[in-house]
Design a protein around this ligand. Structure first.
Ligand SMILES: *Cc1c(COP(=O)(O)O)cnc(C)c1O
Length: 389
């Protein structure tokens, strides 16, 4: 039944061998830059490639500041801390995501609350968010540092502060981030965007990660570009950018020889060795994005004719990087047969992540109704999405 699809994938990748879900590709420049970093002896916490990568990333995304980190998870943890998330607080996120989104919340001693996604964007649903907030939030007056009195959102049931909203741009498809930022703003709740999968994705002309207070990217081996392991914090706020750099680099106060640190902070900076690879990969980003768009077009044309699955196209008014192409099967009962049949051909296809609400460490967390996340989880499949080497 799936032989047409198998043929389509084999002819696109021009191989009879095994086809991974998403493999990184490397060229001469990648090797040259890494060797150059080694030859310079600056492989670790300082070096020109880190500065260069941060500057280029800011230019590419339009952020006023980009701060490179060891991975996306630590970038998320830092971003959440920067908007004020602390021990015992709550952060609203989506149940359909990679586990790092929820883990970053937990790493700060905070608690995730799971709110549903939209079926088309696969990211946090503004409708579900608004409904959850209306039902569960009470605003209380609080005096902050600097003695200004502000209204703070509290969870009626748990009596914990709700300090951030953390939507994720699933598989590179932008979620309805403008509406989410609007809804959050009405209650003074900051938004941190998990744009780990969304380098090169836009809503209108604005890059994902720049709508909320802070956005986060990942350069793990399976992402759209990679430097082995790496992440970045994006922001349009110069002061948040400065804070991000400070607390990811041990809060060291600049001095020619002395060890002056002015707060407890992290060693989350990206090593220069990784940044060298990141620079080379970033210089190829436009070409990678074009190839992925091309592949998405191949799949999308195929599934227009097929009656057993729908291609998850980019939402209206957005440009997706099509990091992982996804389809939703008409008949959820056939998902495992599909996965088995295609994987048997040494073509890697995968289901969506298990919902966070089903993992043992998050099973007891508060969650709204998550019907769309369940619907997607039952029938969504990712197809091979790497570029042809
Ligand atoms: C990849 C990813 C991250 C961060 O991953 P790292 O491996 O720590 O770089 C975070 N959130 C999502 C949704 C991701 O896909």
């Amino acid at each position: 039944m799936y032989s047409d699809l198998i043929q389509l994938i084999r002819s696109h990748y021009r191989t009879e061998g095994s086809i991974p879900l998403h493999a990184p590709t490397f060229q001469k420049k990648d090797r040259d830059y890494v060797l150059d970093a080694i030859n310079s002896t600056f492989v670790s916490s300082v070096g020109e490639y880190v500065d260069r990568f941060e500057q280029q990333l800011a230019v590419v995304t339009g952020a006023s500041r980009a701060v490179a980190t060891v991975n996306g998870t630590t970038a998320l943890q830092t971003a959440l801390r920067l908007v004020g998330v602390d021990y015992g607080d709550e952060v609203i996120t989506q149940p359909l995501t990679f586990v790092a989104t929820a883990n970053a919340i937990s790493h700060l001693g905070a608690h995730p609350v799971f709110v549903d996604v939209d079926r088309d964007t696969m990211g946090l649903s503004p409708k579900a968010l608004e409904a959850w907030l209306v039902e569960n939030v009470v605003m209380k007056e609080e005096v902050r540092r600097g003695s200004k009195s502000v209204l703070q959102a509290y969870n009626k049931t748990t009596n914990r502060r709700i300090v951030a909203i953390l939507p994720m741009h699933t598989f590179g498809h932008p979620c309805r981030i403008e509406e989410i930022v609007d809804i959050a703003g009405q209650r003074g709740i900051p938004v941190v965007e998990d744009a780990a999968e969304a380098l090169g994705s836009y809503v209108g002309k604005t890059h994902c990660g720049l709508f909320g207070d802070i956005g986060v990217l990942s350069f793990n081996g399976n992402k759209i570009i990679t430097c082995g392991g790496g992440g970045a914090i994006l922001t349009t706020s110069a002061s948040l950018g400065k804070r991000a750099k400070h607390i990811t680099t041990t809060a060291k106060v600049s001095h020619r020889w002395d060890f002056e640190h002015d707060e407890i902070a992290y060693n989350f900076r990206m090593p220069n060795l990784n940044a060298a690879l990141a620079c080379a990969q970033l210089e190829r980003l436009q070409k990678i994005l074009m190839e992925k768009r091309n592949l998405a077009h191949v799949y999308s044309s195929f599934f227009k004719e097929a009656n057993w699955a729908m291609f998850q196209g980019e939402p209206e008014n957005t440009c997706s990087n099509y990091w992982l192409c996804a389809i939703t099967l008409e008949d959820a009962a056939l998902r495992d047969t599909f996965l088995e049949t295609i994987n048997d051909q040494e073509i890697t296809v995968r289901p969506a992540w298990k919902l966070m609400t089903e993992l043992p460490m998050y099973v007891n967390c508060q969650a709204g109704s998550i019907d769309n996340a369940r619907w997607l989880q039952e029938r969504l499949v990712n197809l091979p999405s790497g570029i042809v080497a």
